[in-house]
Design a protein around this ligand. Sequence first.
Ligand code: SF4
Ligand code: SF4
Length: 64
Amino acid sequence: MILIKENRCDFCGTCVAVCPVDAIELREADISIIHETCIDCDICIWVCPIDVLSSDNKPEDKND
Ligand code: SF4
Ligand code: SF4
């Protein structure tokens, strides 16, 4: 699951632009992840310029 440090986001929109399944909603000063849609590709984590996004996925979860 993608986690957001909401008080750090500057709402640049970079993560929204790269998400392949449109799972990030950005409305002015409000950002949220649609977890039902997110495929945990982690692309948004890589592109955020100020490290607002992170994942709580543990590698062992993939093997269950
Ligand atoms: S992890 Fe991938 S699918 Fe999920 S919100 Fe980020 S870019 Fe979109
Ligand atoms: S890329 Fe980072 S700073 Fe930009 S809108 Fe997404 S979470 Fe916020």
